[in-house]
Write a protein that binds this ligand. Structure first.
Ligand code: GRF
Length: 218
């Protein structure tokens, strides 16, 4: 699967959030620092719940926002179709799940497969799912980290774009998940920004499980 060839127009990003939105903020800051050179612009921020800091960050940046809650729909499929329709309304080139804590369904993937990326706080394929940090710590690993990947129909199973490594220390074992997650997020924010910058600016190809950044060999 290939991305559209790089064009001079900045790629349009819709960012999906569920929480504090520090990954969203990192993208906002990086784009704000270099609006011409970054190669992408955030055109809207969506969430699966209201009243979160992630939405406040978007509003402060003057961006349109939307909330699509599972409980406002009769079925999960209807929620998924509504999320896909809201997102599609902003005509994104890339959709970024930045701490969006929902698994999307068939309709969303049919529209955005191959251009929907997620960031996960563990070194996939180890420790997928909602508790990647806690599970890695409980397993006793000495290194963990974060993974930016394309989303497919599994849970955190799609082709890997970039990974960052974080050492697990004795203090993490004593202090627990929150301290380790904060250290991972410092790396994760930079990794996500760089991944989005490269995907948007240089283009990419997905061949099976392999992601090639830039239009190599075309
Ligand atoms: C990130 O670590 C992400 O990988 C995980 O939730 C965290 C979101 O953080 N799924 P934030 O909302 O961007 O601050």
């Amino acid at each position: 699967m290939a991305s559209p060839p790089p064009s001079t127009a900045p790629a349009r990003l819709v960012v999906l959030v569920s929480g504090s939105g520090t990954n969203l903020q990192a993208l906002l800051d990086a784009i704000g620092d270099d609006p011409e050179g970054f190669g992408a612009q955030i055109v809207a921020v969506g969430a699966d719940r209201s009243g979160i800091a992630g939405l406040e960050r978007a509003e402060r940046a003057g961006l349109p926002t939307f909330v699509c809650r599972v409980k406002d729909h009769a079925t999960r499929e209807e929620w998924d179709a509504a999320l896909a329709a809201e997102t599609a309304g902003y005509h994104p080139d890339l959709v970024v799940s930045a701490g969006f804590m929902k698994i999307v369904g068939k309709e969303f993937l049919a529209r955005f497969g191959g251009r929907f990326i997620n960031t996960h706080p563990a070194l996939l394929p180890s420790f997928p799912g909602a508790h990647g940090v806690r599970d890695a710590l409980a397993y006793g690993v000495k290194v963990t980290g974060c993974t930016v990947h394309f989303v497919d129909d599994g849970v955190d199973t799609g082709p890997i774009i970039a990974q960052g490594v974080v050492e697990v220390t004795e203090e993490d074992t004593a202090e627990g998940e929150a301290a380790l997650h904060e250290r991972i997020k410092e790396i994760e924010r930079k990794l996500l920004v760089e991944a989005v910058r490269r995907l948007a600016r240089d283009g990419y190809r997905i061949e099976g499980r392999k992601v090639h950044l830039g239009h190599v060999g075309e």
